[in-house]
Design a protein around this ligand. Structure first.
Ligand code: PEP
Ligand code: MG
Length: 323
């Protein structure tokens, strides 16, 4: 099986009926790019930049960040790289920010909420990203967006920093896509509204599932409620993809679910454009997708979305798509 996968390293991901989907990788550091290329990743679908900020005693400088972003973009040789702005908080703390302890860190002051408040931190990162944008195919996305105002504000700050750099005669890519993570249920529900303002969505199921089911993604006691195939989750995902396509935008997924062999036929049928996963899952996913028909998967969409339980969804997928 390993040999079969190896043959697919330099191939595009095409389904049995000839549809292309993009298989991308999630990375945390520039060093991870080697694994992406070795495993045939067509893009970086999620660069978690918070690792640049962690395990140290002070914020990384603009220069330090610029070097890291440039390295990732260059090593990817023009393939798309979706960089997520700082997603700190929840389980990822930065002791040197001295933030007060919270009762519910996952529902608290984190990610874009913090960046819109501590704008120095945010603007430094955005400048580093903008300067790096000339070195490859950069796309920028904001984490933990809950409201349209947050997205507008984050985008406005980004464009402000871009204008400043242009005035300073610093080279910046003329255009780059600006998108957002869909990981808070409010944004999945309001996807039609967001779709008019974003260039793309990336669905973060790790958080979307925990917030939809109100089940902590790290709490074993309630892990039975952490259900990726629950029709509630699938309907939200469907809503996001449909809304994106209506506006001519693309929708990807960068949560663990994107690399899951039960989820893949469902997501293909719902029309997901980009699947971003750990690098080692790419070749198995490509092999699976080569054997699936998108038309057939799409025909099951309504039936799947009308089921009542996660177990029913899984049974149907196994019956139709898993040999
Ligand atoms: C997610 O929430 O699905 C996601 C990809 O982000 P993270 O796992 O970093 O929270
Ligand atoms: Mg998340």
């Amino acid at each position: 099986q390993k040999q079969e996968w190896a043959k697919l390293v330099s191939e595009k991901t095409v389904t049995a009926d000839g549809h292309h989907v993009e298989l991308a990788a999630n990375i945390g550091t520039p060093e991870d790019v080697a694994g992406v290329l070795k495993n045939g990743g067509e893009a970086v679908g999620l660069y978690r930049t918070e690792f640049l900020y962690m395990g140290r005693t002070e914020l990384p400088s603009e220069e330090e960040q610029y070097t890291a972003y440039k390295e990732v973009l260059e090593r990817m040789e023009g393939k798309p790289v979706v960089v997520r702005t700082l997603d700190i908080g929840g389980d990822k703390e930065l002791p040197y920010l001295h933030l007060p302890k919270e009762m519910n860190p996952f529902l608290g002051y984190r990610a874009i909420r913090l960046c819109l408040e501590e704008q120095d931190i945010f603007r430094t990162q955005l400048r580093a990203l903008l300067r790096a944008s000339v070195h490859g195919n950069l796309k920028i996305m904001f984490p933990m967006i809950a409201t349209v105002e947050e997205f507008r504000q984050a985008k406005a700050i980004l464009l402000e920093e871009k204008e400043k750099l242009v005035t300073e005669n610093v080279q910046v890519a003329e255009s780059f896509e600006i998108g957002m993570m869909v990981e808070i249920p409010s944004t999945a529900v309001m996807a039609d509204v967001f779709a008019k303002e974003v260039d793309f969505f990336s669905i973060g199921t790790n958080d979307l599932i925990q917030y939809t089911m109100a089940a902590d993604r790290m709490n074993e006691r309630v892990s039975y409620l952490y259900q990726p195939y629950n029709p509630a989750i699938l309907r939200l995902i469907d809503n996001v993809i449909q809304a994106a396509h209506k506006e001519g935008k693309w929708a990807g997924m960068c949560g663990e679910m994107a690399g899951d062999s039960i989820a893949i036929p469902i997501l293909l049928g719902l029309g997901l454009d980009e699947f971003s996963m750990s690098a080692t899952s790419i070749l198995p996913a490509r092999t699976q997708l080569k054997g699936l028909s998108k038309e057939e998967a799409a025909q099951l969409r309504e039936q799947i979305l009308s089921l009542s339980t996660e177990a029913e969804v899984e049974a149907l997928v196994r019956d139709k798509f898993i040999k």
